[in-house]
Each structure stands twice: as structure tokens, then as C-alpha cells.
Design a protein around this ligand. Structure first.
Ligand code: BGC
Ligand code: CA
Length: 309
């Protein structure tokens, strides 16, 4: 059995470090600081970090096939030209909810982007319920809203509080999804051709002390790695049985998201937040807001997908 090691590798000092994604072509780790309005790109080989500022909060960043990145800034999905730091809005979502913002997003194996929103946060993880949505966007920039529920007065009601982690099963037929305030990791049947999701069920319910489920990644064995916000850990769940098979502790409580990367995708990168910690918590967790690398897990991840538009 290999020995698991957790190291703090990027002193990002983020308010809400989030959305790590390994960029194969550059061998770099991309991640965002949502409340710090920054997209970061860090190279493990040179230990250099480049950063680009965004005009508003930035919920996610993903590679784009035609070059550059796509990011969720405020309520806009924007194209990012890394060399010029130029951002061009592609689409706007939740026009009827001006205080909403985009949160986590990821690209499916066909190149379609899925990203969600959440309502204004009064305090970390405290939002008005049901203001968020889950959207998908295809290469021609067509946006579809999912998880809409029509109530008796024919009003469309959203079922999402804090749209968060997402990923797909190895056969692409299952979409794993986290709405943090539900305290569950859920699964849907997924149609990769249309992007439709249906048949929602609970895969895992977080237990006392595990905090809130946040970002997640599926490994090459099809198991889920879920960062637990206020739980100071990443948990490993077998979706076939709904059993938590492992738990990795980190030296910070607000672990926010994770992705596999590095040589052969054998390292797990974990982001964290510092926003919302009081003074004594900050003293106890001097590494809050930094990014960590977990090695020796004995599992591998899968390459990230690029947006096809
Ligand atoms: C959001 C935070 C939120 C946290 C816990 C993150 O993805 O960006 O604003 O506090 O999840 O739900
Ligand atoms: Ca998140």
C-alpha cells in the first residue's frame, strides 16, 4: 500500500480557491479564486504562477478547443484569451436574477459545457433557496436550462440552491451532480447526444462532520472524489454501492474542489478557501486559501475535456 502524502504546493492565498483543472497541453494546473476575481495558471515544473484578473467573480475556467479558455464570470460565460488577457462574453444566463452568479462548471466528453449558478451569498454557504440553475452550452453557444420545475401556477421554479461539483461516469451514461445545500451527491441518467438529464437519485449523503459537498472529480476506476467544504477532507465514494471507501484529511477546513493531474494523472490537486474564517480559525489554519497536492493514492484520474466551441 502506497503512503498518502499531502503537500501545500501553491501559496495562492485565495479567498475562494476553486475549480482546479489540469491542462494536458501545457502541463499546468488552472484554477480560480471566485471572490478574489482571478484565474490562476500554475506550473509544477517551474513553480511559476500566472494570474489574470476578471471583472467580477469567476466560478470556473475550462480549456477551449479553439484556443484559450472559457470561464464563468458573474452571470456571463466568457472566452478568455490568455496572452492578451482579453475576455469576450459569449452568453449571459439568469438575466432575470441580477444578483446570481455562475459557480462550478465542467466540459462533458462530447465537448459540451455544463455550469450552474447560485443566488447571492449573505455569508459563505448561506443563500436564498432555489435561485440557482444548471445550464448546458453546446459548441454553437445554444444554452439549455436543466432542473426546471413548473409549479401549479405555471411558474418555472428552480430546484437548485448552490450548483456545485459535476462529472461523468466512465461510460458517459451517468452525470454526477452536487447541489451543496442538499448535502448529497446525486446521479442522473445522461444522454451524451442531447445532454438531457433525468432519473435523479442520491448516491451518497454526507455524514456529521463531513461538511457540505463541493467540487468533485471521477477517477479512472469510476469512483468519486468529493471535496468537503467545512469538512477539511476529500472523500472517495464508490457510486456503485454508495459507500465511502476512503477519506483524506487536509490541514484546512474549507476544502473546495479537486482534480487529477501531473504525470499520468496520479496526483490529486485540492483547492481551498479562506473567506468566512474568523481570526482564531485563520491562526489555526495558516494554509487556508492555498492549493494542495495529494500523492500516493494509488489511483489515477482522467484527462479533462475542452469546450468544443
Ligand atoms: C461556492 C461558495 C460556497 C461553497 C459552499 C462554493 O462552490 O462558490 O460560494 O460557499 O461552494 O457551498
Ligand atoms: Ca465549488
Amino acid at each position: 500500500m502506497s503512503s498518502v502524502k499531502v503537500e501545500c504546493v501553491v501559496k495562492a492565498g485565495a479567498l475562494i480557491g476553486e475549480g482546479p483543472v489540469w491542462e494536458e497541453s501545457e502541463q499546468t494546473l488552472l484554477f480560480v479564486d471566485i471572490a478574489g476575481h482571478k484565474i490562476h495558471r500554475w506550473s509544477p515544473t517551474t513553480n511559476q504562477m500566472q494570474s489574470v484578473e476578471t471583472e467580477d467573480s469567476v466560478g470556473f475556467v475550462v480549456p477551449r478547443m479553439s484556443g484559450g479558455y472559457v470561464a464563468g464570470v458573474g452571470r456571463c460565460i466568457v472566452a478568455v484569451d490568455w496572452s492578451t488577457e482579453m475576455m469576450t462574453s459569449l452568453v449571459e444566463v439568469d438575466e432575470d436574477k441580477p444578483t446570481n452568479r455562475l459557480n462550478d462548471g465542467k466540459v462533458d466528453p462530447t465537448g459540451r459545457l455544463l455550469a450552474g449558478t447560485m443566488g447571492k451569498e449573505e455569508r459563505p454557504a448561506e443563500v436564498q433557496k432555489g435561485q440557482g440553475s444548471l445550464f448546458s452550452m453546446t459548441s454553437d453557444l445554444t444554452v439549455t436550462r436543466h432542473l426546471r420545475q413548473v409549479d401549479i401556477s405555471n411558474l418555472s421554479v428552480s430546484q437548485v440552491d448552490i450548483s456545485n461539483g459535476l462529472d461523468w461516469s466512465l461510460d458517459q451514461k451517468t452525470f454526477f451532480y452536487i447541489d451543496s445545500l442538499s448535502l448529497t451527491v446525486d446521479a442522473f441518467d445522461y444522454d451524451p447526444t442531447t445532454g438531457n438529464i433525468c432519473n435523479r437519485r442520491v448516491v451518497y449523503r454526507l455524514q456529521e462532520g463531513e461538511g457540505l459537498p463541493d467540487g468533485m472529480a471521477v477517477d479512472a476506476d469510476g469512483r468519486l472524489w468529493v471535496a468537503c467544504y467545512n469538512g477539511g477532507r476529500v472523500i472517495n465514494i464508490d457510486p456503485a454501492t454508495g459507500v465511502r471507501v476512503r477519506s483524506v484529511s487536509l490541514p484546512v477546513m474549507k476544502t473546495t474542489s479537486c482534480c487529477f493531474g501531473g504525470p499520468g494523472y496520479s496526483d490529486l490537486y485540492v483547492t481551498s478557501a479562506s473567506l468566512g474564517l474568523d481570526q482564531s480559525e485563520r491562526r489555526e489554519q495558516p494554509l487556508a486559501g492555498h492549493t494542495f497536492r495529494v500523492t500516493g493514492l494509488g489511483v489515477k484520474g482522467r484527462p479533462s475535456n475542452s469546450f468544443s466551441g
